[in-house]
Ligand binder design. Sequence first.
Ligand SMILES: Cc1cc2nc3c(=O)[nH]c(=O)nc-3n(C[C@H](O)[C@H](O)[C@H](O)COP(=O)(O)O)c2cc1C
Length: 311
Amino acid sequence: MPVKLKTKPDLSINFAGIKLKNPVLTASGTFGYGEEFADFVDLNKLGGVIVKGVSLKPIKGNPPPRIWETPSGMLNAIGLENPGVDVFINQKLPYLRQFDTAVIVNVFGYSLEEYVGVVERLDAVSGVSGIEVNISCPNVKAGGIVFGTNVKSAFGLLSAVRKATKLPLIAKLSPNVTDITEFARAARDAGCDGLSLINTLIGMAIDVRCHKPRLANCTGGLSGPAIRPVAVRMVWQAAKAVPLPIIGMGGIVTGEDALEFILAGASAVAVGTANFVNPRATLDVITGMENLLREQNVSDIKTLIGKVNAR
Ligand SMILES: Cc1cc2nc3c(=O)[nH]c(=O)nc-3n(C[C@H](O)[C@H](O)[C@H](O)COP(=O)(O)O)c2cc1C
């Protein structure tokens, strides 16, 4: 019978210069701007909050229905609804600043200039620990090519954003590509400090009685436990390809799920869709990880990063 660790394991991580008391973050778009979940979760307990995507101007989002639950994951087509960067800075950020937790701002735009504009504004204020760039957006100026699925566009975008801020810069990669390592390398070459992966996988569901798509937008992003094996595989591939620290996400519900990502090479994790099922999922993941470390006599989580054994 192995001896169980008596002391509290060290869960702290320095992620690309961002100090996290534990590696558990909230996935963008699933935890609002923190305040929405504050009745359920003491935000001081989280490693950090990655907020809902912020753009230069307010965006209304897609018409309903915008969410469809399938037997194996959730489809969403929210359409990146948000109040815009100025409202975020003046009304949302002051609330988050009160807590002892990292604040990572997820940003996006429909042109390179929009991305740069948002990042410049965030760079000028205090209380932002880092920026996560969602590159899964179509570039309207370049005929709708999605930045995140074209390596050249991704590199160009991330290089421009890099010049606009000294804050830690994390590229959030799309899984809707053939080779994730090309995009991991493009992010590294553009000067990013870290990676986040994965965003949702594009999916579709159809109502066979009225013969219409379930979502008004027709297609949506698939998330939840169904995508976890794809996400773990991509984190593992990206971690082997580049030395950047990674925030792993996709279907994390328990501490065990989170540890899978750490062993695959992630230095931190983000909990997304699970927050809709259980608003305290992030806290359960922290406790679950801590218990697993005790069970395995591991005193420091850092020693497990990327330590999946060969078979
Ligand atoms: C309703 C919803 C909204 C989301 N909004 C964003 C967003 O604004 N920016 C972003 O980069 N990712 C967004 N995502 C993707 C999540 O952050 C995460 O990458 C993805 O859902 C996979 O994790 P999960 O399976 O734990 O949810 C959203 C996901 C959902 C379900």
